[in-house]
Design a binder for this molecule. Sequence first.
Ligand code: F6P
Length: 349
Amino acid sequence: MTNPKRVGILTSGGDCPGLNAAIRAVVNHATLTYGWELLGIPYATRGLLECKTIPLGVHSLDLRGIDPLLNMGGTILGTINHGNTLARADEILDGYRAIALDALIAIGGDGSLAILHELAKRGNWQLVAIPKTIDNDVALTERAIGFDTAINTVTDALNRLTFTAASHDRVMVVEVMGRKAGHLALHSGIAGGADVILIPEIPYSIQGVRQHIAELRDRWGRKFAIVVVAEGANHARESLQSSACGMGQYVADLIAECSPVDLEIRASVLGHIQRGGIPSAIDRLTAAAFAKAAVDLLAQGESGKMVAWRSGRVEAVRIRDVVECSPLSVDPNGTLVQTARALAIYVGD
Ligand code: F6P
């Protein structure tokens, strides 16, 4: 027998597909296996600050017996992505006490985990975390909810852009999200058949990009090219600080500037489309496995832990260690970079 628990659940940071699947799995396992009361906290720490809760039951969101949460993008709890939360730490701690939670499950990325870990320390909360991010930059886990769907979304976009680029003999420069990490650009660039992938972790030169595009044409007769640029790949960007355009447009302009022949170039920014959509099967599975493990950790009295995918198993790692090692960068000598080079994709250096 376990003690009756009043457990809060929140989503924090940028939304991504699979958050609702995780919420659903937490509610089902915690309610059916342990008989706990589950309370959703709307808009992450803002909900705590304002003492707001949403009661969550196994069937509370059913539509004619169908549970829509499994395949719904976004988060029914709402989320926040910016803000100096720690400046209002005392009020948040007061809110947590007023709601009278025994424990909290937080689904978030590395930035949110750092803040929540600090709050949990100060307030002596029992906290367990579930990693999510389309950037894949949470350390100590091989998977985070949302990344797989985002790879599929970007790969699909690259497939579409390839046909229009080929039809017009154009260079298509595609800006991909990821903050300071190039995981999303690298994964989807390889899967989507990119010719060039520029990421923050590997220096590149616009001359190198241009030469590669010229070689595609001169050696293989290819008159179009797909250039994937991670939003944080700013090696060539000294003067961009003052510029209003994003990385994609900037790289497109630079390629145009240093091209000896006329190239038709277009920049395309995929933007928040990368965070939307129906979660992939892998993200739903990851969400379910993480949710189950997170609830079990709380039941065992654990705190300060994040569930992590490691060598095909879900394990618990310390949030403190995750925060210290994040954001996780692409290994410039890793398998995927080597694979890209072997496939004659220009990745810099
Ligand atoms: O961390 C997820 C992410 O989508 C990043 O890839 C991107 O830089 C950022 O969030 C965008 O944030 P916002 O939704 O606040 O514009």
